[in-house]
Write a protein that binds this ligand. Structure first.
Ligand SMILES: C[S@@+](CC[C@H](N)C(=O)[O-])C[C@H]1O[C@@H](n2cnc3c(N)ncnc32)[C@H](O)[C@@H]1O
Length: 278
């Protein structure tokens, strides 16, 4: 970036930016725009280029600076999503041109976010790349609806797995046997399409059919839907309710706590706090 650009940017944002290009992989948190970290928001406000993911909270784009280039990685000009290689190429291209690049992701960049691949692409290009962790949907979406993924006396064990590949598929690399016979909470991301197979296999391989299970669609947004039921029936209940992606599935006795936690008067939301431009 040229010095004059830096001065203009400082006048606009009040922040002096380092010379040269930089990249930050920023976790935008799940659903709600105010769950991004302070560091993530600060970098978003000074970025020249923002590549935004489909599930990143879109309201955050209102915080970008005037003139910033916004690239929707989930919607390319020809109607298809950018491939990971294309995303890596854009990040590296803009960074090498001396621009400040924020790659804004849903949740945390390193939890099924392909952030590792983007960080490696930057490393290969010799570009500085900062990882700004985010609040992952795997833990936060259950929390937002009153489900703690661990709880003293219930479980101290939680696994976060991808449900993208049906457990009965030969290409599945998740250890469903261990998850089915273990005592812990199982949190499944990207598992709605395979929910029937996941619940069937967990029961077949050892989980109690009555294990409390929750499916939380679009957590933290106005479209949020929470469904609970026994593991053996959850796929049918979700299909009847028309629940689609994105959703977090939680399997385990901790789900039972939701009635007490979310139903308590203390579960009412704390006040919204005016933004003082962190
Ligand atoms: C490709 S993974 C990315 C996860 C993300 N990096 C994170 O840490 O939350 C996408 C999956 O995350 C889950 N997910 C993300 N945001 C969600 C939300 N607001 N409500 C429910 N599920 C969500 C869904 O399982 C979705 O299919």
């Amino acid at each position: 970036m040229r010095t004059t650009d830096a001065r203009v940017a400082m006048e606009v944002t009040g922040v002096e930016r380092p010379p040269g290009g930089w990249v930050a992989l920023v976790g935008g948190g799940p659903g709600r725009a105010d769950l991004i970290t302070v560091r993530g928001l600060r970098l978003l406000r000074i970025a020249d280029v923002v590549l935004v993911d489909r599930l990143a909270p879109r309201e955050l784009l209102a915080d970008t600076r005037p003139g910033a280039e916004i690239i929707d990685a989930g919607k390319a000009p020809h109607g298809h999503n950018l491939t990971q290689d294309e995303i890596n190429a854009v990040i590296v291209d803009r960074g090498l041109r001396g621009l400040g690049v924020v790659r804004l992701k849903g949740g945390d960049p390193f939890v099924f976010g392909r952030g590792g691949e983007e960080a490696l692409a930057c490393a290969a290009a010799g570009l500085p790349c900062e990882i700004v962790p985010g609040v992952t949907s795997a833990v936060a979406v259950p929390a937002l609806v009153g489900i703690p993924v661990t709880h003293r006396g219930i479980t101290q064990d939680v696994a976060i797995v991808s449900g993208h590949v049906d457990p009965s598929h030969p290409g599945s690399t998740v250890d469903w046997d261990a998850l089915a016979t273990g005592p812990g909470t199982v949190v499944v991301l990207m598992g709605v399409a395979a929910l029937a197979g996941i619940s069937r296999e967990l029961v077949k391989r050892g989980r109690r059919p009555d294990t409390p299970t929750a499916v939380i669609h679009a957590g933290g947004t106005a479209d949020e839907v929470v469904l609970t039921g026994p593991l053996s029936d959850i796929a049918e209940l979700a299909a009847e309710a028309g629940i689609g992606s994105p959703a977090v599935i939680v399997v385990g006795d901790v789900v039972r706590l939701r009635d007490q936690i979310a139903g308590a008067p203390s579960a009412r939301r704390a006040p919204d706090i005016p933004d003082r431009r962190g």
